[in-house]
Design a protein around this ligand. Sequence first.
Ligand code: DGJ
Length: 731
Amino acid sequence: MKKITLGLISCLLLSGVAMAQKTATPRIVKIDTESLSLVMGVNKDGYLLFHHFGPKIEDATPFLKKGEYRREPTYEMAYLSSGGRNIREPALRVTHANGDINTELVYVSHKETAAGADGARTLEILLRDKVNPLEVTLIVKAWQKENVISEHVVIRNAGDKPVTLHNYYSAYMPLKANKYYLNHFYGAWAREMMLAETQLTAGIKTVESKRGARATRCENPSFLLALDTPLAENSGNVIGGALAWSGNWKLNFEIDEFAILNISAGISPFASDYTLPAGATFETPEMIFTYSTAGAGGVSRNLHDWARNHRVYDAQTIRPTLLNSWEGAYFTFDEKTLTDMIDDAAGMGLEMFVLDDGWFGNKYPRDNNKTALGDWQVNKKKLPRGIGYLADYAVSKGLKFGIWIEPEMVSPKSELAEKHPEWIVKGKGREIPTMRYQWLLDLTNPEVQDFVFSVFDETMKLSPNISYIKWDANRHVENAGSAYLDDDKQSHFWVEYTRGLYKVYERVRAKYPNVIVQACASGGGRVDYGALKYHQEVWTSDNTDAITRVRIQYGTNLIYPSLVTGSHVSQVPNHQTNNVTPLKFRFDLAMTGRFGMELQPKDMNEADKEFAKMAIANYKNIRDIVMQGDLYRINSPYDNSGLYSLMYVSKDKTRAVMSAFCIDYRNIMPTFKLTGLDPAKRYKVTELNEKKSKFWANGKTFTGEFLINGGLNPRLMKNLQSMVLLLEEVK
Ligand code: DGJ
């Protein structure tokens, strides 16, 4: 009887919610930045509808009326669940405790809070299923001056039995335009961040990663969506999006029968059913959005500002230039090889030496990539005086010291694999495939998290003079499975792996707030705004060839700012592509990101070393503009001009750097209009990285007005010629 009464009361309460929704008072729910608005509204049925994301709307009330003129209520939901009248890919799909597979979210309440520690105003909208005890809080953050918003949800099982989450995306956005041009990223190892533009047609286009770890190896959870006209650099309405998550992800772009483009974005549902216990919550990662009426350039600048002000770890600190040992020494070195490299690095004016792979393992020495991952003890044969000696040596030469680790991995031939086979990611009863002769450790397991943290911690303890850790990750998940997770929780693996990684990152940052930690995953395999919360920079790509890297850096910097993109000068013929490029071209390109070198300086002749010295000194003088300035692209490697050219302009527009590269000859005298300068200022032009400039404009002063509208015509007459110009205000 008691049971029945309780059941009846809760039934009445729930239907009370439903009743309330039937008579809900339509109202606007909106959040603004300085120039953008996200407008949503509650309709008379209590549904939270999406109305607008774009230029700022002062009075959004007419949107309520617009919503009433629909023939059928196939509403454009602000967060679409599976159930009700939905016929599109849902952001949320749940099997409730009673087996019901429908969810119909209705508005309950909302609140807006002033900017908090992360600098964002926050709007929280509580939604509830009409029938079952499930709540969703849609959280929108709005960074005012950067004109960036993020969306994510917290799903709460308010019932007393577990429910299963199938789809649990972070954001949903139904957009209306005449045409949609999706620009997304694809590629491969050493060919990351290639840009593809597709005009979307009816149906669904999905971009996704199912790799679990190094989830941006061949794709990236970000996009630029041009509305009505194809993507252009300086014009057109463009939405930029990026998911802050380092595990499996999925972005869906679905055009429905009403020609509405429905975007759902978040963690990939692939093999990831998630059981949410009674009373528990599930928080999704943030999906970042911006909107610009000034084309791709506007989107990039908004995202870069936001990333530098609010996301990238320690973004305000100027990054040191460095020499990395990898392409110069690979696994073959001894103490003398490295101290010689340090001497040469110091001689050229570099500021840090990074010892890459190959320094550890004794029972199974790390002399190639087949052994020793997991055995993080200094190899006594190669480095008898330890890391401390090398780090001290670097410091005595005026350099900082950095070191490589790959703590999530284990070699089959290692002491760790012998000791802890249960720590290895492995499908039940199945073979563990190797990739680059290695396996992955199961970060869902707290003991493994402790171990991975201890690898970082113990490495740091090798010397008080370690300033930089390169955190590599050279394989992804295959035959997923965890000996730690219960049988009925194996599908939690993908989410818990990434959460485990973030838990380790949290501990690392709590103990080592100042160390620079580079995210490397076979190059650009972990380039996302989830990882960048903990990392100062990424290794953009293992491809160090200046020709093919143009596209990689161009693509990466569409979304991520240049201060995070490690960019190194290496030897020729290039080890990845065999291309041969002039040293100047390599330096000029590497100087458009976080500059470094990655070669054996002993192989350079004196003239090359002298050139390097000059260029490194120049870079130190301009890097604040490159890292903290606004990016204006002049030529894209995709625009068929055969050129790549870009400008970094300081925030106060008093200084700028223009870099131009001829990658495929088309035009004997190209002109570059120097967008981004102040037309009212006067600028002196100085050519960098030339001992004696022959450029007619070198040393001369021009008005900003002329440089923007008339432009300059550097002598890029042949393939692989390049030019860097510094522009400084003259009063
Ligand atoms: C892959 C990285 O991307 C390289 O830079 C280098 O660190 C190697 N791993 C070392 O094994």
